[in-house]
Ligand binder design. Structure first.
Ligand SMILES: Cc1cc2nc3c(=O)[nH]c(=O)nc-3n(C[C@H](O)[C@H](O)[C@H](O)COP(=O)(O)O)c2cc1C
Length: 184
């Protein structure tokens, strides 16, 4: 039997009512049923420091890498913090990049960003692309998805409400699944 495709989502926000985490809840709901999708909780990863390379990695980091090992792609949903990548997400990517096993090398990544302002995270996405280049990932170029003015498109619990935004989000995940299939 053919192995099911697997996509891992990660949110760059730990906020309870996060719009970005909410976007990933919509992704889970809208994902094609033949794909295994899971949003990973990256909040428990300690801050990476290079001493771990000699002292050994904590179980939580090993479990994180294990989840990434059999994934075909990752989907990153993130706010922009001061024009750049929120530390929680950068930390997770740094963990994934260390050790003998580098579970993201050569894999596909798709990006979306949600902000309350009018730019929708244009700057953070280009910083993320730079980091993902260092991780030797293949980032989907199209479609791009910048979700601006989030308060008008999500409810206060962070659930996506706007139909057009749902349509664009679905378009992004469908393109990612298509690209994974092409790469097989
Ligand atoms: C520390 C910090 C820095 C921020 N910097 C930016 C920024 O550079 N650009 C931007 O568009 N929004 C910025 N924002 C606003 C975020 O877009 C907004 O808080 C967004 O809702 C966060 O996403 P979340 O709902 O997923 O937590 C910043 C927010 C915080 C807390």
């Amino acid at each position: 039997m053919e192995k099911q495709l697997k996509i891992i989502g990660m949110s760059g926000s730990l906020r309870k009512g996060s719009y970005n985490t909410g976007a990933l809840r919509y992704v889970e709901q809208a994902m094609s049923k033949d794909v295994v999708y899971k949003t990973l909780d990256i909040s428990d990863l300690p801050f990476y420091n290079q001493d771990f390379d000699t002292s050994g990695y904590p179980d939580v980091a090993l479990a994180f890498k294990e989840e990434l090992r059999d994934a075909d792609a990752v989907l990153l949903a993130t706010p922009e913090y001061n024009y750049s990548i929120p530390p929680v997400l950068k930390n997770a990517l740094d963990w994934a990049s260390r050790g003998d096993e580098k579970p993201l090398v050569g894999k596909l990544a798709a990006l979306l960003s949600v902000t309350i302002g009018p730019l929708g995270g244009a700057r953070v996405q280009y910083h993320l692309r730079q980091t993902l280049l260092a991780l030797d990932m293949k980032v989907l170029n199209r479609p791009e998805l910048f979700i601006a003015d989030a308060a008008e498109k999500f409810d206060e619990d962070g659930n996506m409400q706007d139909e057009k935004t749902k349509k664009y989000t679905k378009r992004l995940i469908d393109a990612l699944v298509e690209e994974i299939k092409k790469s097989k």
